[in-house]
Design a protein around this ligand. Structure first.
Ligand code: SF4
Ligand code: SF4
Length: 517
């Protein structure tokens, strides 16, 4: 056992309202520079949708991530041989149109236009060429366009769904969508690190944050190909690659990353998880159907004396172990089994986990006889003149999950590495907590039923209350349990990070601390 510590994240998708405050907070801090116009280290996508860059999930186009190779794994589109062959022309990179051509507006036209009959407008101009453009794409362009032929219908996660199932998703009255905020996953087995021919990308020993040394980067852009989440970007102005740095200067000061601190929906959680580095290779090369479970298996119990002893032997500070014991992410991911990694089949062992969205499966519109509707709504309720009912009830408590209008298969392709059971298990737990709270607060569910559904998913009332607390009521310090930084150990921390903003914020000096601390 070789215990290391990793700062990990959980995003609760049921709570994301798609306001993009996170993206703007990140943009204003880190990527408001020349060459970084098109970069969104944090972006929010609408699902179903094609995302940013377009169809990033489709590895037949981008050849990102790892694939199984005998007993082990190999990079799909990068690595020594493939990298050498593509060194002067890499065919698997997204081009600017896959992101979008960055633009601004000629605001001066609003002020300087001569008086006339028409209202002056600010024309959009390209930030690359300076010439007027017609805007065809933008950050989060697919916002809310669920069901659109250009976006939702081209979502790679719709594979394996029958034409009938797809069409059912896009019928206007059954349409459902949710938001998917994405940052770098700071993976345990990062393909970007493995692919870099210059060795410029490294995973920080003390907290697992994945960073790019700007002095060493030689712009081969293999990291852009290799990251299956397309979370490294090429800066055309500096000729270097850049990526989300998990706001490490803020974390070191005990602050939450900007996207998390500013999150309006309070969907984000951050905490330490201890993991067994000896089993990374084994977890990443597991058979496809076991890949999620093997990732979960290497996340270790921070209260286990053997784990603590190995962590201490590796130089992990007591304060970090204590933070791991309080970690909200450990609770969501491992203790309560509520969160899943995004596309675990890419085998990078992402350390950002998502609580799947329950809301889209709650209700459907169905045709009913007026009498049935009137009976359901009661004598005082208004009865509409048509035969449609927005039905939020079901005789069987689990019925809404199994006959979801948002097919489980879709969520399984996104969050379950294709395994519907993994997603269903999480959704049932979420539903159980909801039914339990319904009994407590509204009272139209019997206590017996509430206890029964909790038992069904292996929860106790104490766990349900804890899930409810952390989901709905948690304060800042509950959502972000940030380990104390050990300035005496990390040379990077001695630099004043404000100085570095203009040069991308990657404060870095030679001779960093040894790995494993
Ligand atoms: S998400 Fe991509 S860029 Fe981030 S650590 Fe994983 S492979 Fe690297
Ligand atoms: S700020 Fe929070 S709620 Fe708003 S889009 Fe970002 S993740 Fe979602």
């Amino acid at each position: 056992m070789d215990i290391r510590s990793q700062v990990s994240m959980v995003f609760h998708l049921d709570k994301c309202i798609g306001c993009h405050t996170c993206s703007v907070a990140c943009k204003n801090i880190w990527t408001d520079r020349k060459g970084a116009e098109y970069m969104w280290w944090n972006n929010v996508e609408t699902k179903p949708g094609t995302g940013y860059p377009t169809k990033w999930e489709d590895q037949t186009i981008y050849k990102g991530g790892w694939e199984k190779h005998g007993d082990g794994i190999a990079l799909r589109g990068a690595g020594k041989r493939k990298g050498l062959l593509n060194i002067f022309h890499n065919p698997n990179l997204p081009v600017i149109d896959d992101y979008y051509e960055p633009f601004t507006y000629k605001y001066l036209d609003l002020i300087e236009s001569p008086a006339g009959d028409d209202q002056p407008t600010a024309r959009p101009v390209s930030l690359i060429t300076g010439k007027p453009i017609d805007i065809k794409m933008g950050p989060n362009w697919d916002d809310d366009l669920s069901g659109s032929p250009d976006y939702a219908r081209n979502d790679p996660n719709l594979k394996d769904l029958s034409p009938g199932e797809r069409e059912a998703m896009f019928q206007l009255e059954r349409m459902a969508f949710f938001y998917l905020p994405r940052i770098c996953n700071h993976c345990l087995n990062p393909a970007c690190v493995a692919a870099c021919p210059s060795g410029a990308i490294y995973k920080r020993g003390e907290d697992g944050v994945v960073l790019i040394n700007q002095n060493v980067c030689r712009a081969w852009r293999m990291c852009v190909t290799a990251c299956p989440y397309k979370k490294t970007y090429y800066n055309w102005h500096t000729g270097k690659a850049e990526k989300c740095i998990l706001c490490y200067p803020r974390i070191e000061a005990g602050l939450a990353p900007a996207c998390m601190h500013s999150c309006v929906g309070r969907i984000r959680y951050l905490g330490v998880i201890l993991y067994d580095a000896d089993r990374i290779q084994q977890a990443a090369s597991a058979e496809a159907q076991h890949v999620i479970q093997s990732q979960m298996d290497i996340l270790m119990d921070p209260f286990d004396p053997a784990v603590i002893a190995s962590a201490k032997a590796n130089g992990i500070a007591d304060s970090t172990i204590h933070a791991a014991q309080q970690s909200p992410t450990y609770k969501f991911v491992k203790q309560w089994g509520l969160a899943l990694p995004l596309h675990a089949e890419f085998r990078t062992l992402p350390m950002l986990f998502y609580v799947p969205p329950l809301l889209p499966v709650m209700a459907s519109v169905k045709a009913v006889q007026q009498g049935e509707q009137a009976a359901k709504l009661g004598p005082v309720a208004k009865v509409w003149d048509d035969n449609w009912l927005y039905d939020t009830s079901t005789a069987e408590l689990w019925g809404t999950i199994e006959q979801a209008r948002f097919p489980l298969k879709y969520l399984a392709n996104l969050l379950g590495a294709g395994d519907e059971h993994a997603v269903k298990d999480r959704l049932k737990k979420l539903m159980a907590v909801r039914i339990y709270r319904r009994w407590k607060t509204v009272g139209d569910v019997t206590e017996q039923k509430a206890q029964e559904v909790l038992r069904d998913v292996g929860y106790t009332p104490a766990i349900a209350d804890a899930v409810y607390y952390l989901t709905s009521l948690a304060k800042f310090d509950d959502r972000f349990v940030i380990p104390a930084a050990h300035r005496e150990q990390a040379i990077e921390m001695l630099e004043f990070t404000g100085d570095k903003k203009g040069s991308t914020g990657f404060g870095f000096k030679e001779g960093t601390m040894a790995r494993g601390l």
